[in-house]
Design a protein around this ligand. Sequence first.
Ligand code: IPE
Ligand code: IPE
Ligand code: MG
Length: 251
Amino acid sequence: MGLFTSSTRSIPDTGEVPQHIAIIMDGNGRWAKKRFMPRIAGHKRGVETVRKTVKACTELGVGYLTLFAFSSENWRRPAEEVSFLMQLFMLALEQEITKLHKNNIRLKVVGDRSRFEEKLVEMIRRAESLTQNNTGLTLTIAANYGGRWDLVQATHRMIEAKPECALIFSEADLEPYLSTSYAPEPDLFIRTGGEQRISNFLLWQLAYTELYFTDTLWPDFNTMALKRAIKSFQQRERRFGRTSEQLKKNA
Ligand code: IPE
Ligand code: IPE
Ligand code: MG
């Protein structure tokens, strides 16, 4: 499995659709609150949106879809909500894995698993190994993920593998140890729910990603909304530090 070079060094092909879309799925709680429902009802509906988004991305020919499901800071939420989210994650894995596999989808889970219960860790392991050779969409679920955690774990693993890197190392030395090293950097980042922040998502990987924010709450996000985001992406010029003239000359 070849590693991808940083998109900040070479201009990736901006085809019809972004190769890698990363999404902060935000607004479940507010969606529920508006309907006088408990927050967890919003999370349940959010899973439906995940299902639809995965299907839409497969049909559109997106290669990689990365979804932020639970951040390393989300443990600060009320214990009942955290526990519900964990149960929901397990239920979704259990219910969807066969279908994902049938659809040739490769599932990856990134994040710190050390706080997960053994049953969940085992389910993740099985789901990943079942789908590891699939060649369709790579679906990554970021669970107990934090961009800072990713950088720290990558540094630790790098030094373990290459002790000489403890003194000095380069970007290229570190990159293979990031938790998403199997994927190119995201081309398009989407955050639903109206907030305009990264909330400790893929800090390194988003260096040159096109950012798109929408007020639409995650349970209301649909294929049309996804296509709107992609359209916005296609109208942008990615320069990676170069001038517009340089890009036109090379086109
Ligand atoms: C996103 O929705 C889901 C998770 C963070 C797990 P929220 O639960 O953050 O919804 P809001 O932001 O409170 O509306
Ligand atoms: C970000 O949403 C994390 C996920 C969507 C999993 P939050 O709702 O937790 O983010 P903040 O706290 O508003 O920044
Ligand atoms: Mg939120």
